[in-house]
Design a binder for this molecule. Structure first.
Ligand code: ZN
Ligand code: ZN
Length: 151
């Protein structure tokens, strides 16, 4: 693998998360948990909200606060931004545990760092910028199928 497509941690990299309760709210990842606790109180009437990291994750307001902490898409983002503030985690395999018991692509857990999978997760978050449209479409299709299989 000669191609390295991720620039997480670079000087220009700043991610803001869109609040799942109110799309006007933009929060840095480090403040997200606190924000959701407060924001959920103002939105306790809404039933289902979308995960800010992955719009395929649809959860109740009550479950969302827990989910954003465990969301596999979040961990790949924050592990680079805030390596010191994260709770200790097992190696990469834990990234790919989702709410179902199904295997991710029926592959065995990745024992070591896998740049391919890692890149794919980054692309989800960063909307796969810089890829030609055909590749983006192909990638989205693949992601859709994958989440469909998981759910
Ligand atoms: Zn909010
Ligand atoms: Zn999620």
């Amino acid at each position: 693998m000669s191609e390295k497509n991720y620039f997480v941690g670079g000087p220009n990299f700043e991610e803001y998360i869109v609040c799942p309760y109110d799309s006007v709210h933009r929060i840095t990842p480090i403040r997200l948990a606190n924000h959701l606790i407060r924001c959920a109180k103002n939105h306790s009437s809404s039933k289902m909200v979308r995960c800010p990291f992955n719009s395929n994750h649809l959860l109740s307001v009550g479950n969302m606060q827990k989910h954003v902490i465990e969301c596999p898409n979040r961990s790949s983002l924050e592990r680079h931004k805030l390596p010191d503030m994260l709770p200790p985690v097992e190696p990469r395999a834990s990234d790919f545990v989702v709410e179902s018991s199904e295997d991710w692509d029926a592959e065995p857990p990745t024992p070591t760092y896998n740049p391919q999978i890692y890149c794919e997760q980054e692309f989800v978050i960063r909307k796969i910028q810089g890829k030609p449209p055909a590749a983006r479409r192909e990638f989205r299709e693949r992601e859709r199928r994958r989440f469909k299989e998981m759910n």
